[in-house]
Design a protein around this ligand. Sequence first.
Ligand SMILES: Cc1cc2nc3c(=O)[nH]c(=O)nc-3n(C[C@H](O)[C@H](O)[C@H](O)COP(=O)(O)OP(=O)(O)OC[C@H]3O[C@@H](n4cnc5c(N)ncnc54)[C@H](O)[C@@H]3O)c2cc1C
Length: 373
Amino acid sequence: MNDVNITIIGAGVVGLATARKISGTYDNVFLLEKHNTFGQETSSRNSEVIHAGIYYPENSLKARLCTEGKNLLYNYCEKNNIPHRRCGKLIVATTPEESDIIEGVRLTAMNNRLTDLVMLDKDEIAELEPSVFAIKALWSPSTGIIDSHSLMKQYETDTINNGGQIAYNSEVSSIKRTLEGYELTVKEADGKNYSFTSRFVINSAGLTSDLIAGMVGIRDESIKIWYCKGEYFRIIPPKNRLLNRLVYPVPHPRLEHIGVHVTVDLAGGVKLGPDVKYLDSNIQDYRLTPSKQEAFFSSARKFLPFLEFDDIAPEMAGIRPKLQKPGEAFRDYYIMEESGRGLPGFINLIGMESPALTSSLAIADYVFKLVAI
Ligand SMILES: Cc1cc2nc3c(=O)[nH]c(=O)nc-3n(C[C@H](O)[C@H](O)[C@H](O)COP(=O)(O)OP(=O)(O)OC[C@H]3O[C@@H](n4cnc5c(N)ncnc54)[C@H](O)[C@@H]3O)c2cc1C
């Protein structure tokens, strides 16, 4: 007999959404987080965009879970009064070559059954965003923005109301296979260790999820995480007031990223970014690089002609937990119940990069189906 039925490691937006869903049906659900509260890593260092599911290859988990998750998320926000805004997004072409690329983006989106995208001409763009320069744009009305802290807080509240237990300051330091499940050892903030057994373990540890998988003996280069940093610059007032919607340039051909874009937030702030830089080692290095100002300025200036060099300043950085090596083709999420590796009841979520905030409720539903008791 195990002490705990289901243990989830990691209280980021994905782990919280999963704990919420699973504790709604099962008893004895335990969520462990090494920090003293939720969302201290990638889940609070992102663009807070509710993505429409435009770019991802047809039938990929990223495409499916994003389209499903977006609708679930809008309903959830409305029901629980979570601040959000369906502000829409423009993907802008500034040259004829880029116009061809956005036509390709439209076709990918149609394959993902996104039927609400509209191609806009120069005048129509000017009606929506008069300060933006573009010769053509793809308009996505279902893209939005969200207060991710309020979202995570509500997931936490639902989990507790369902009877789930959340332990902060609790870092999983080892996991052993037992006859009926797993024995986890947890280090607390005061340095003390304790161990308990759990029938199921769900690894939702974000940037260190490959290391958690390593604790049960999974050594698999194909699910190694590559740290890929993204920095942001903010547009300093008053020029932030010139933009009301999300504005993206054309995406990178291998989808390593979707371009240094304009993100608006619910408080009226406007950010440029994130850029993309694979780090040499898996260390959470959130330092900012002021010398990137020129690169940010010149990419954004192509579609924001009003911008001057001193209108932007370094803001923050986040790190993507990527499965895609530098230069590699698209990689999907790895969400797997590991019976195939002789580890029944161990569920890995690895490479949960964007759009996992948008998809969090759909990811939770997907993981719920993998927990068959
Ligand atoms: C720059 C950037 C921009 C993004 N923009 C968007 C966007 O606009 N829209 C969108 O949908 N997505 C976006 N994303 C993606 C989104 O932020 C992530 O996919 C999502 O936050 C991942 O959540 P998570 O719960 O998997 O991971 P995390 O938030 O990293 O949570 C993992 C948790 O596990 C904990 N943990 C790790 N190891 C242990 C251990 N041993 N014991 C206990 N706890 C442990 C960590 O402390 C952490 O709290 C962006 C990401 C980045 C980097």
